[in-house]
Ligand binder design. Structure first.
Ligand code: BGC
Length: 244
């Protein structure tokens, strides 16, 4: 089965057709930068542009950085407020000319990691964190993935993601040590509540894990995501193909 996976992030939309049996991209990824905060209508046009770029006629899955209920986006912490309690699935499907299945971006990344990445064949409790513009979280256990919103856990009087997202390190000009120690403290809080056996760290910054893993001392085994930054696309395609 093939499906087009699209990952909506804080700074770009990225998409690629994926072979859902292997998790491989079938063509080179196509990226549309989104320097401005796109409205839902503008985002739908970008989804349509990716669909046209690949002349795609099959299933489409979109990973979105917010809570998803069915075809509705319920929250939008880092994107346009027009997505709050909005039927984005319907709008994207209309723009793309075919049904679009929506999934939370971190849940998508977890699907990909559990099927093809670092969680493959692991049967225990897994916590996946994606560190980007925000902090995405998902749990997995025995093949079931559950998207969470632990990036919004109250932490030092604010949402945790305002302190430990990868974007915050750059915005506040923190050293790897300062940021890594903040992240370590957050991970310790999550461990106290969830006791995962494996922690998978994803998002673009996971490629630089050598710079900050040393500042975290989790009880669980901690690994960078196998897909580094492509998990969202692969997971969205799996979701569309009904394999999530
Ligand atoms: C959103 C989550 C999302 C995460 C990563 C958070 O702000 O609330 O739904 O998974 O960012 O994009």
């Amino acid at each position: 089965m093939r499906a087009l996976g699209i990952d909506i992030g804080g700074s770009a939309l990225k998409g690629a057709p994926v072979d859902t049996a292997t998790g491989q991209f079938l063509e080179e990824r196509y990226r549309i930068p989104t320097p401005e905060n796109l409205t839902p209508a503008e985002m739908a046009s970008a989804v349509a542009e990716i669909t046209r770029h690949f002349r795609w006629r099959g299933r489409i899955g979109v990973g979105f950085p917010g809570v998803i209920h069915g075809s509705r986006t319920m929250t939008s912490a880092n994107l346009h407020p027009g997505f709050i309690d909005f039927d984005a699935g319907k709008l994207f499907s209309k723009a793309a000319g075919r049904p679009v299945a929506l999934i939370n971006d971190a849940a998508a990344a977890a699907l990909a990691e559990m099927k093809f990445g670092m969680g493959r064949r692991f049967e225990g409790k897994v916590l996946l964190l994606t560190l980007g513009t925000g902090v995405g979280t998902a749990l997995a256990y025995r093949g079931v993935v559950f998207g969470c919103e632990l990036g919004h856990l109250p932490f030092h009087g604010q949402d945790a993601e305002k302190r430990v997202a990868a974007s915050i390190r750059k915005k506040k000009d923190l050293s790897w040590k300062q940021w890594g120690e903040n992240l370590g403290e957050y991970v310790a809080v999550l461990e106290r509540l969830l006791w995962p056996e494996l922690i998978i760290i994803g998002g673009g910054v996971s490629a630089k894990h050598r710079k900050f893993f040393k500042y975290l001392q989790p009880k669980a085994k901690m690994v960078p995501a196998g897909f580094l930054n492509g998990a969202g696309i692969v997971g969205a395609a799996l979701w569309a193909a009904g394999e999530g």
